[in-house]
Ligand binder design. Structure first.
Ligand code: IFM
Length: 418
């Protein structure tokens, strides 16, 4: 029997992008690192990815896969891209402002770039899309990176000056601000495992980074509210789902407690009182069997080999309920070049989100990651997350069938399932 799951009135539906991944032509710590590491990354693909992935995505062996370059040329094509989002029934869109464009040299702000982002915001509003503006999505201007980037003592101070400028110039057109994107992903991948720039492996620095990021968020929160009391400010938090392999094992349970604290709760605790809304960015389900994480080979996976576990989002939301704040799912998506799994992926996650809403969790929006295929950081262009496929040679856009299924949900504010 067909079930119709209605979402709350005013629910926001959309998708998300980030500047470095889609705009093209950015000059920051990542673009610099890509130039120095593209060849190495293309050589490492042989050992890093499974045989089926290597066969399906031979571009992973080409150094140019690892250079963001023109990306989706979204910097020049944003209006046409937003036309697509509108056509797909979206009523909101999350994007990020590239700090290195706004402040290419310390203390020197580029008004042309402010104008660019003003046009982006106007273009969204003209199409009925509520802008969710991210102020930092992992990339630092080169001058800041030379001072130590996120780990330097003055990170929050530098960030505040940039935020102050942006908010003064663009604040009257923006209601929803996201200060930082996934600070814990940067801590884990750049400073713990050391695979992202600046490739440090230091638990000491990692620990300090939590407080640098919390200070930066809190400072930005205050600056934005000084300008506009009604603004809604939060940070984008990647939240992992955790499961003890043996529900009776104290050690397995201890591992998930520690994992949950480090990955999910620490940033939330440090920023308590300074969030108008909470966010969920959900990609990973972790099963622990002491002393390690388990990889079960019988699970459905994305092209990146990430397990698809929709139920996880329900448990995450349940844990956020106690904060009594509105919640937006600001990212959830998968790499699926052939578009075989995306429709079910979106529907299944929404099913669990809906269940959580029915139980009283105040979820107010869902942003699929991502509107376009784009540059997936150290993995480059081969993982295809887009609702819209991008041919990176011609910049041609092609709407994937799953995005039409998602469009039905967005347009009707309802999920219809058998
Ligand atoms: O592409 C990233 C995005 O920049 C941040 N969240 C996770 C996505 C998929 O890895």
């Amino acid at each position: 029997m067909l079930k119709k799951l209605q979402f709350p009135k005013g629910f926001l539906w959309g998708s998300a992008t980030s500047a470095h991944q889609v705009e093209g032509g950015t000059r920051n710590n990542w673009s610099q690192w890509e130039q120095m590491n593209a060849t190495r990354l293309s050589q490492e693909a042989k050992t890093k990815w499974k045989f089926w992935q290597q066969e399906k995505f031979p571009e992973m062996f080409e150094p140019k896969n690892y250079i963001s370059g023109l990306a989706c040329d979204h910097y020049n094509r944003f209006e046409a891209d937003f036309d697509i989002a509108k056509e797909l029934g979206h009523n909101a869109h999350r994007f990020s402002i590239e700090w290195s464009r706004i402040e290419p040299e310390e203390g020197k702000f580029d008004e042309k770039e402010i104008e660019h982002y003003r046009k982006v915001i106007v273009a969204l509003r003209e199409r009925g899309l509520e802008p969710f503006v991210t102020l930092w999505h992992w990339t630092n201007p080169i001058w800041l990176e030379e001072k130590g980037g996120c780990e330097c003592e003055e990170f929050a101070g530098h960030f505040s000056k940039y935020v102050g400028h942006v908010v003064k110039k663009l604040g009257k057109d923006v209601r929803f601000w996201i200060t930082l994107n996934e600070p814990t992903s940067v801590i884990a991948s750049a400073y713990m495992s050391g695979v992202w720039p600046p490739q440090k492996q230091s638990y000491f620095v990692s620990w300090k980074l939590y407080s640098n990021f919390a200070k930066a968020h809190i400072a930005a929160y205050e600056i934005i509210h000084e300008f506009d009391d009604d603004a809604q400010v939060g940070f984008a938090n990647i939240l992992h789902s955790f499961e003890a392999y043996d529900k009776k094992s104290l050690l397995d349970k201890l591992m998930i407690k520690i994992g949950r604290y480090i990955a999910n709760n620490r940033m939330l605790n440090l920023t308590k009182g300074y969030n108008d809304f909470l966010t969920v960015q959900y990609y990973f389900h972790n099963r622990f069997k002491f002393p390690r994480k388990l990889h079960l080979s019988d699970k459905v996976e994305s092209d990146l080999g990430w397990e698809i576990f929709p139920e996880g989002i329900y448990h995450i939301l349940k844990r956020l309920k106690k904060y009594n704040l509105p919640i937006y799912v600001t990212e959830n998506g998968l790499a699926d070049a052939s578009d075989e799994k995306r429709t079910a992926f979106i529907q299944d996650h929404l099913l669990w989100i809906h269940r959580s809403i029915n139980e009283g969790t105040d979820v107010r929006g869902y942003f699929y990651w991502s509107l376009l295929d784009n540059f997936e950081w150290d993995k480059g262009f081969w993982p295809r997350f887009g609702l819209v496929a991008v041919d990176f040679k011609t910049q041609e856009r092609k709407i994937r069938p799953s995005s039409l299924e998602y469009a039905k949900i967005c347009k009707g504010n309802v999920l219809e399932i058998d």
